[in-house]
Design a protein around this ligand. Structure first.
Ligand code: PRT
Ligand code: ZN
Length: 286
């Protein structure tokens, strides 16, 4: 087991598809047929454990797995000693306090002396402490949203994404207490061999992420406006300029972030750019 790392990913749920896609985009091949709890890559020294997300922080802290992909909400709630290597940008959500729609909300003092149902007692109690609020935390493991309507609690603290579950259950969001996204975590005592493999994996993940946030842009421009256009889309080192078959025109190729593209599009067109193509980048190594 020296020269292979083990990563724990969620078996099935809101983290699994994006976790596995990211690994595949890193060029790592493996088989994950339904019901499989373990799998080994055929072309990278990595083994997969497919687990419930609740167990991932603990397995990584104990060294059963070297790495894991988990939501920050679960990580902070489980309070395990692991390193966070990277934010992964998917499974974004927030942990919020919500109360019945009909109630008026004077501010967080509303919760003083009340019962709050949640699956996140640690994050909630830390928050309440920081706000100097004394409330009763009622821990339940699922279907938290129905707690107020069955008289179990006066408010809830649960994960919100679109907000439609709260709405369907007659609740309104009153405080956002924690923002979360998927993160790559690691055991704190990895040996040199394992760290070298983790570095390789991180290099690939960074290339995939940088590629996603950048676009390859191609456009045609009259030669007299090339200086202006180059200043608008400077690219990695500098843009590629190729002559078009038509005299006096060039094709300009560059790489830039999507935001930068939208910021500069009017000026590019005003400078005479036309036939503008924006193409996704699969991987990018700077
Ligand atoms: O079986 P296992 O224990 O592995 O999975 P799980 O059921 O505990 O978790 P799962 O798959 O539902 O979510 C895994 C992780 O995804 C969470 O820990 C969060 O980090 C993240 N995530 C992102 C979410 C949501 N979005 C989300 N919308 N987790 C849960 N929800 C639920 C929420 O509990 C509520 O019931 O969706 C409902 C709210 O959604 P909206 O869109 O109606 O607001
Ligand atoms: Zn879970």
């Amino acid at each position: 087991m020296e020269n292979i790392i083990r990563i724990a990913v969620q078996k099935s749920g809101r983290l699994s598809d994006d976790s596995l896609s990211l690994i595949k985009e890193c060029g790592i091949k493996f088989y994950n047929g339904t019901g499989k709890l373990k799998s080994t890559s055929t072309n990278f020294p990595i083994e997969f454990l497919f687990l419930r997300d609740d167990d991932i922080p603990g397995y990584v802290a104990d060294g059963v797995a070297d790495l894991g992909i988990v939501g920050e909400n679960e990580l902070v709630e489980k309070d395990k000693d692991v390193s966070v290597l990277k934010k992964l940008g998917f499974s974004k959500c927030r942990l919020s306090l919500a109360i019945p729609k009909g109630q008026t909300y004077p501010g967080v003092s509303y919760f003083e002396g009340k019962n709050i149902a949640t699956s996140y007692p640690k994050i909630l109690s830390d928050y309440l402490k920081s706000q100097n609020i004394n409330a009763e935390i009622h821990e339940i493991s699922g279907s938290v949203e129905i707690a107020p309507s069955i008289g179990l609690a006066e408010g809830i603290c649960d994960i919100v994404s679109s907000g439609s579950t709260l709405m369907m259950n007659g609740l309104k969001e009153v405080e956002q207490i924690f923002n979360s996204e998927a993160v790559l975590i690691a055991n704190k005592n990895l040996n040199k061999e394992k760290l070298a493999i983790v570095d390789k994996l991180l290099f690939r993940m960074n290339a995939v992420q940088t590629g996603k946030s950048n676009k390859y842009v191609l456009l045609n421009a009259p030669n007299e406006s090339l200086d202006k256009i180059i200043s608008l889309i400077p690219g990695m080192r500098s843009p590629t300029i190729l002559p078009l078959a038509q005299e006096g025109w060039s094709s300009v190729h560059s790489v830039l972030s999507e935001d930068q593209f939208w910021e500069n599009i009017e000026e590019l067109r005003a400078a005479g750019a036309e036939g503008i193509l924006v193409v996704p980048i699969e991987k990018m190594v700077i």
